[in-house]
Design a protein around this ligand. Structure first.
Ligand code: TZP
Ligand code: MG
Length: 209
């Protein structure tokens, strides 16, 4: 079955502003996010696995795929639907060999060169970003902008998920620029109402599809 990447939540616990991440994910999934990635940069492995099980119980109830950022072992431990890996994580071929072809693998793309390199990989999607300036990830090599994203779209034959600085106001522009989906961290996790933020994103995106 094709994966619906259109409204893609990437979690960030510090950005939940003291609220329980499980409540935020539950709200977001109920309001219509189509895929969830757990992104935990500092969490000890055992806690990451426990969190993964807890979030999977929520996403599974709604039939929403769950991906794990960076950690193939955590994804395997909780039988997640897949992983999202970056350019310095385990390489794509090893991740695919470990996970098999039933699992989803997404790969982060920071540069045009990486976009070309990924052409020969049968990854399920590429994450291209940051499209707009963001405070959420500091170690980036500049923003793609909408024109840069359109260029990425013209180069790649993969499904493309745009990330970085995307919110309810610019999501439609990003979809019009060729994205198959928008990945959002702070505009959902830090929203006064994550449910309302997701509802607005869903509406903006559906209107462009
Ligand atoms: N990769 C590129 S930008 C980014 C990641 C993980 C962070 C995006 O966060 P936000 O809060 O949606 O701008
Ligand atoms: Mg990574």
């Amino acid at each position: 079955m094709p994966i619906d990447l259109s409204v893609y939540l990437v979690t960030d616990r510090p950005l939940c502003l003291g609220r329980d991440i499980l409540d935020i994910v539950r709200e977001a999934v109920q309001a219509g996010v189509t895929i969830v990635q757990i992104r935990e940069k500092e969490t000890p492995t055992r806690d990451f696995v426990a969190l993964g099980h807890a979030i999977k119980a929520i996403t599974k109830t709604h039939g929403v795929p769950l991906l794990i950022n960076d950690r193939i072992d955590v994804a395997m431990a909780i039988d997640a639907d897949g992983v999202h890996i970056g350019q310095s994580d385990m390489n794509y071929a090893d991740a695919r060999r470990l996970l098999g072809y039933d699992k989803i693998i997404g790969l982060s793309i920071d540069t045009e060169r990486q976009l070309h390199e990924a052409q020969s990989m049968d990854v399920n999607y590429l994450g291209v970003g940051p499209v707009f300036p963001t405070q959420t990830k500091k170690d980036t090599s500049g923003d793609w902008g909408l024109e840069g994203f359109k260029n990425a779209r013209s180069i790649s034959s993969h499904k493309l998920v745009a990330i970085g600085g995307i919110d309810t106001h610019n999501a439609a522009d990003v979809i019009r620029s060729g994205a198959d989906g928008v990945a959002v961290v702070s505009a959902i996790c830090s929203a006064p109402s994550p449910a309302l933020a997701v509802t607005a994103l869903v509406r903006a995106i559906r209107n462009q599809q």
